[in-house]
Design a protein around this ligand. Structure first.
Ligand code: SF4
Length: 393
């Protein structure tokens, strides 16, 4: 297959549903490119949500700083998992053969939080070394915008992938969704800092934001390409849970398109991203399942290759509802573990176990293939060295 470079206009047409043969043909083409570039296997990351405290105030988010009630109108309980609980989650991932985990929390930049995360990363790496994983579990971290120095500390401590969604690359939409102190410029700078630190970088957007056009989404895909993203995590725009929903209502930010429309657009977005970026990892996000019971399976059918079974303890799941109707909040980690292979089987896909499952895109980069370190950074310690020593599995 020729390596076609998609233009803005072509991506827009695709997102509008004008692919020859329709969405089924689009999904088939995306699957073909996926099989060629990253393989058929579904890669797993156990998702551990370890704190719902957040210093930021994104208007669409159920755990934003100003949120005070949950979905049921009860006071929102803020939680922090202990180090022991996080290490238990890591051991669970290891036992299940996941090979990788994603640690996610609200955005905090205070010293206590940063020290805690750094310490936990080191412990996970120490305690998860096996013959299959000589460098321990692969870790994706997702704790928002931080300073370069903090990114370097997290990288040195053992995280090697970082997910920081831009949510939209359109400045006008970004400004509508965030308070003035949170800017698109700062988000993009953080993505650049992550790359300079040596992380494999993931980003993504919300699909179906009021006022967002197919052209905006096509631009988002070109943005992913421009920043040279290694992984993409994106999902439909869904109204917030709890009191944050009132804020969205007040600001005219509730979704305008129907759930089936947003699901269809999200699936086209996955396929379009696969066709345009080819060898990156693309997650079939949990949010797809909020719009359809088979949302994540459909994501796999349109070219996604990553599933993130939730391993957050059952008691904390309800308090980590970024959006209304989040699936799997009643389930236990064991139940999510059991249903993951079924989702892959629905999409007729094998599952990859006992490997980090990095994107070929990351492995093909000159600095990774040759061991040449990423650009030097100021104010860091051994991150560059650690990167050069770290070979993907
Ligand atoms: S989206 Fe992330 S940074 Fe924004 S309020 Fe929610 S948890 Fe915090």
């Amino acid at each position: 297959m020729s390596r076609k470079t998609f233009s803005l206009a072509e991506l827009e047409e695709l997102l509008l549903g004008h692919w020859p043969g329709g969405d089924a043909a689009l999904a088939a083409r995306a699957r073909q490119v996926m099989a060629e570039e990253v393989g058929e296997e579904v890669r797993l990351r156990g998702l551990l949500e370890f704190s719902n405290r957040c210093a930021s105030d994104c208007y669409y988010c159920g755990i934003r700083r100003s949120s005070d009630t949950d979905d049921g109108g009860h006071p929102l309980v803020r939680f922090d998992l202990t180090e022991e609980a996080i290490l238990e989650g890591a051991q669970l991932c290891l036992q299940e053969g996941y090979g990788s985990m994603t640690l996610q929390a609200g955005e905090r930049r205070d010293r206590a939080f940063i020290d805690f995360v750094e310490g936990v990363l080191r412990k996970i790496k120490e305690e998860t070394v096996t013959p299959d994983l000589p460098r321990g579990l692969g870790i994706t971290l997702s704790v928002g915008e931080q300073t370069r120095e903090t990114y370097a500390r997290f990288f040195d401590a053992g995280a090697h992938r970082y997910l920081l969604r831009v949510e939209t690359s359109d400045p006008r939409l970004f400004a509508r969704l965030h308070p003035p102190e949170q800017t698109l410029e700062r988000r993009i700078r953080a993505l650049e800092d992550l790359k300079a630190t040596g992380f494999q970088v993931g980003t993504g957007v919300m699909i179906g934001i009021p006022g967002q056009t197919a052209r905006d989404l096509a631009r988002d895909i070109l943005f992913f390409r421009k920043i040279d993203a290694d992984m993409i995590g994106m999902g439909p725009y869904i109204e917030a849970a709890g009191s944050a929903r009132q804020e969205m209502l007040h600001r005219g930010l509730l979704p305008e398109s129907s759930p089936p429309e947003r699901l269809r657009l999200s699936l086209r977005m996955i396929a379009a991203t696969r066709l345009a970026l080819r060898d990156v990892n693309i997650a079939a996000a949990t949010a797809l399942q909020a719009l359809s019971p088979t949302g994540r399976e459909q994501g796999l059918a349109f070219g996604a290759n990553v599933l993130m079974p939730i391993v957050t303890p059952g008691g904390q799941r309800k308090a980590y509802q970024l959006y209304q109707g989040k699936p799997c909040v009643e389930e236990t980690a064991r139940e999510c573990i059991a249903c993951t292979p079924r989702r892959a089987a629905w999409a007729r896909r094998p599952v990859s176990y006992h490997s980090w499952g990095d994107a070929p895109h990351a492995r093909r980069k000159p600095e990774t293939a040759s061991g040449t370190p990423p650009p030097a950074r100021s104010g860091t310690t051994g991150a560059t060295k650690a990167f050069a020593e770290r070979s993907p599995s």
